[in-house]
Design a protein around this ligand. Structure first.
Ligand code: BGC
Length: 328
């Protein structure tokens, strides 16, 4: 697939405010985007190019964590605009979701969610603009997936995540930047976790809690997954260092739908990905990495197109590399 950003909004510089305060974003000539918890997202016109792209991981043959095969959806039948009377998606809601944990919605019928709206503390608005609702169920803005219901996702409609991309330059022992021999461009490294659920390397992102500001989710998820903050004895010092990092100007590289293998016709992932870069190598680089929460391992990994990553994460990193004139 093509780079996420070139056809979309263009890089947006983000000024993240201090812990617990909303952040504001200014893009070149586009509307200001506020926190998804409190504000409105950019107009659908801005995101139009993104919504025409075909999702692929969301049509993987077998639904993750199960033996449930998806109803096969060929490329030309993905769009809801294409009539397809034979379409018969497999109904699947994973047992842990169907068991009604606090983080998940209940079945449609036992409650009436307000779609395309802030529904109590649950944000059911999409970054992609207004989505359709058919038969009381929200429809995936990128089209058919071969599975109906919620699968592994808790919310009907958009499930909001945030992805902190923490980067530094790769250095040799003398402190000189290392470049790739073919591209001759300096190599970036980012903090990556190996996810416990699928074993794939990923950005240490996570779900936005109900009512939580994205600026806080970025910091909290990074702390929990890459620094194991939940188990850290001296939390105060760590908290101060991390707050400083996440208060520095970030580069928002993506905001919108994610081609995630857990997506279904009625529930899907969306994210906001923001890059925090340690240009001098003396702030983030000194953080003691320790895998926690949903992470099996954590490590600085070279930013390189050959590195396979979870969901749409390599597209986010491609944008970071290009923006920072680094090797890809
Ligand atoms: C992950 C994020 C990812 C999002 C969409 C979340 O569960 O933590 O890193 O971007 O899903 O795939």
């Amino acid at each position: 697939m093509r780079p996420v950003i070139n056809s979309w909004l263009g890089p947006i510089h983000v000024a993240l405010t201090l812990f617990r305060l909303p952040y504001s974003v200014c893009s070149k000539g586009a509307c200001p985007i506020k926190s998804i918890s409190t504000g409105v997202s950019c107009s659908a016109a801005n995101l139009g190019a993104m919504s025409t792209r075909l999702h692929i991981k969301a049509r993987s043959p077998v639904y993750p964590g199960s033996d449930t095969p998806r109803f096969p959806v060929p490329d030309d039948k993905v769009s809801w605009e294409t009539e397809w009377p034979e379409y018969s998606p497999v109904k699947y809601t994973a047992p842990p979701v169907a068991a009604n944990p606090v983080w998940a919605d209940r079945d449609i019928g036992s409650f009436s969610p307000r779609f395309n709206a802030l529904d109590g503390s649950t944000d059911r608005r999409s970054h992609e603009g207004e989505y359709r609702v058919h038969d009381q169920r929200p429809l995936n803005p990128r089209g058919r997936t071969g599975v109906s219901g919620r699968g592994l996702l808790g919310k009907w409609g958009p499930n909001h995540a945030a992805d902190p991309i923490v980067t530094r330059w790769k250095m040799d022992e003398a402190g000189q930047r290392l470049s790739n021999s073919a591209s001759k461009l300096p190599i970036l490294q980012f903090v990556s976790i190996q996810r416990k659920d699928c074993g794939e390397w990923a950005i240490p992102g996570g779900m936005v809690d109900p009512g939580e500001l994205v600026s806080l989710t970025l910091q909290r998820e990074f702390s929990e997954e890459a620094l194991n903050s939940l188990e850290m004895p001296d939390k105060a010092e760590l908290h101060e260092r991390i707050t400083k990092l996440f208060s520095s100007p970030g580069l928002q590289v993506y905001k919108g739908y994610v081609d995630d293998p857990r997506n279904t016709d009625n529930a899907w992932m969306e994210t906001v990905a923001v890059n925090f870069h340690d240009d001098s190598g003396d702030s983030v680089s000194a953080l003691p990495l320790e895998a926690g929460d949903d992470a099996g391992h954590v490590s600085w990994i070279d930013v390189d197109s050959a590195q396979p990553l979870y969901a749409s994460h390599s597209h986010f990193l491609e944008t970071v590399a290009k923006e920072r004139h680094a090797h890809w």
